[in-house]
Design a protein. Structure first.
Length: 150
């Protein structure tokens, strides 16, 4: 997984537009939730398509700047954002689990309970999905070959 994140950082330094621009802004952007995404006619900054249905990725300290992306790339952007922010997702997921279960205040017991829960199976399946999806995005949709065993 670190290889994917390292690769995203390499792409962000290329300064060649499209995917490199997206990879540059995703670490600083707000979560991309399909529940709250609003579609608008705009020029896609990822593909260069003009006046198409796009959604905005909000980034910057106070959400001052946006990056318009064609609506067909929503899942790809969500996957890339999620893999970059996986630590934050884990923290929120474990905190939510701890609030639901309230089994103990001892960290090892919380971890053991979490590892045996259905929540753990869900997050594990999600991480595997993210890794495969990001591998596909970076390997098949990008000209630079990405080599890593998953």
């Amino acid at each position: 997984m670190e290889g994917i994140i390292d690769y995203i950082q390499i792409i962000s330094r290329r300064n060649s537009g499209g995917l490199s621009s997206l990879c540059k802004i995703l670490p600083c952007s707000l979560p991309i939730s399909s529940e709250y995404v609003m579609f608008l006619l705009s020029d896609c900054m990822l593909t260069g398509l003009k006046n198409r249905p796009c959604f905005n990725i909000v980034w910057g300290k106070h959400g001052e700047q946006t990056f318009s992306v064609h609506h067909s790339h929503l899942q790809s952007c969500q996957s890339l954002w999620s893999i970059i922010h996986l630590d934050d997702i884990f923290v929120q997921y474990v905190q939510s689990f701890q609030k639901k279960k309230k089994s103990s205040d001892i960290l090892t017991e919380i971890i053991n309970d979490f590892c045996q829960s259905n929540d753990f199976k869900i997050i594990k399946a999600y991480v595997l999905f993210l890794m495969n999806d990001c591998y596909k995005i970076l390997n098949e949709d990008n000209r630079i070959e990405f080599k890593q065993k998953l």
